[in-house]
Design a protein around this ligand. Structure first.
Ligand code: VGL
Ligand code: ZN
Length: 199
């Protein structure tokens, strides 16, 4: 038995218009995601889920501003506005997302000292979230991905999934990007180069 899963990345209030790290048009993808959920063998939603003092927040670095870069022990890291704080309204899923249809909700970024863009590994690219094991145990070999943001959490998730051997398609119409210094175009190029199908 082989199956196909839909991975819905970070469709949360803080990434939608009005949120702390709003992605333009972030809410516009919700109806399209809801419309296709029923067609998959497994549906997983991810949730960015940070402690209030998360080290990816510019507020934790005196003198630094959001969208600046810093160096963390695990590599370069964008400093973000405070967002998706555990239990906050901003961390909740968009109210119209059909979360009740999800089989699994996977939270990431919950350790203070390390960010986690990818649904599979934290930003050291080595600490697993457990999603790979779940998908393999369910017999899933192909993944479609949708959500926010194309050039951060969607990209990192797609690259990791491809590296792990899953057949990955990113549903670009059902994603929206941040585009920090050209990161949107670079992400599409990197995904294409890694064998991720862009549809
Ligand atoms: C994300 C920046 C910080 C994302 C999460 O979901 O793409 N981006 N945390
Ligand atoms: Zn985050």
């Amino acid at each position: 038995m082989t199956g196909k899963a839909l991975i819905v990345i970070d469709v949360q209030n803080d990434f939608c218009p009005g949120g702390a790290l709003a992605v333009a048009g972030g809410d516009a993808i919700v109806p399209g995601i809801n419309a296709i959920l029923g067609a998959y063998d497994a549906v997983v939603c991810t949730q960015d889920w940070h402690p209030a003092d998360h080290s990816s927040f510019a507020s934790q670095h005196p003198g630094r501003a959001p969208m600046e870069m810093t160096d963390m022990p695990y590599g370069p890291q964008v400093l973000w506005p405070d967002h998706c704080v555990q239990g906050s309204h901003g961390a909740a899923f968009h109210p119209d997302l059909a979360v009740d249809a999800a089989h699994l909700i996977i939270r990431k970024g919950f350790r203070r000292g390390i960010d986690s863009y990818s649904a599979f590994f934290e930003n050291d690219r080595a600490t697993p979230t457990g999603l790979e094991g779940y998908l393999r145990a369910r017999g899933i070999t192909a993944l479609d991905m949708a959500g926010l943001a194309t050039d951060f959490c969607v990209q990192y998730s797609a690259l990791d999934a491809a590296r792990l051997g899953f057949a990955v398609t990113v549903l670009t119409d059902l994603c929206r990007g941040i585009d920090l210094d050209g990161s949107f175009g670079a992400a599409l190029e990197a995904m294409r180069a890694a064998g991720v199908a862009l549809r």
